[in-house]
Design a protein around this ligand. Structure first.
Ligand code: IMP
Length: 207
């Protein structure tokens, strides 16, 4: 099945292709000739992912999906949330988003550093619109660890990770997302959960 993934992030495209498997042929808007910036002006993950998918459907008329994700830190009352990608924007004292978050949580003890990644994927097939949500619970670490993944992965410590037989076990050593093999991260990630739910839905309607 051909689907356009409303993203310019090739890492996400690769991640989605791996999660969905060989039955799906994914491409980006740019690969289909659409290079306009995809708008993302909503106040919620649901609104943004719907806005992005609708934009692609209107411009290209093709079946598509879009994701939006964010990091919710309990100590910050759920911030940066929908603004996660722009957290340190315009604040020159911080090199990047991770540095800002580590700095803001500098003296916060472990038990108060709880956080979660949340993702919402919007799928548009024909005229049907369907949303899927995924949540990954964890803590914000106190230093960067690992060089896998992307974004906040070096400072996100998931609650549970896949054990030797694939079943989830407590993350006793406090391994960061960026230290996990790619398959393990996809197995637990918020976006992975959405993609698997989307794949199951597509199979259920015979796609
Ligand atoms: P967006 O969904 O592309 O708007 O991403 C929102 C922000 O969340 C970006 O800054 C990403 O770096 C971050 N983010 C989303 N998913 C992940 C993830 O799986 N690992 C690390 N950071 C992520």
């Amino acid at each position: 099945m051909k689907l356009i993934f409303a993203t310019a992030n090739l890492h996400k495209l690769q991640e989605a292709s791996e999660i969905l498997g060989p039955g799906f042929e994914l491409s980006t808007p740019a690969a289909n000739g659409l290079t306009d910036e995809i708008p993302e002006t909503g106040n919620t993950l649901e609104a943004n992912s719907l806005q992005k998918a609708s934009f692609i459907k209107e411009r290209l008329g093709a079946d598509c999906f879009a994701d939006d994700s964010g990091l919710e830190v309990d100590y910050l009352d759920g911030a940066p949330g929908v603004y996660t990608a722009r957290y340190a924007a315009g604040e020159p004292q911080y090199k990047d988003n991770l540095e800002k978050l580590l700095c803001v949580l500098k003296d916060v003890p472990w038990e108060k550093r709880t956080a979660r990644f949340r993702a919402v994927v919007t799928l548009i097939i024909g005229t049907e619109v369907k949303q899927f949500e995924g949540v990954l619970e964890g803590h914000i670490g106190t230093e960067r660890k690992g060089d896998g993944g992307f974004g906040y992965d070096p400072i996100f410590i998931p609650e549970e990770i896949p054990g030797p037989d694939g079943a989830l076990v407590p993350n006793a050593k406090g391994v960061a997302n960026a230290e996990l093999p790619e398959g393990d991260k996809n197995a637990i990630s918020h976006r992975g959960q959405c993609m698997r739910a989307m794949a199951a839905y597509l199979r259920s309607i015979g796609k």
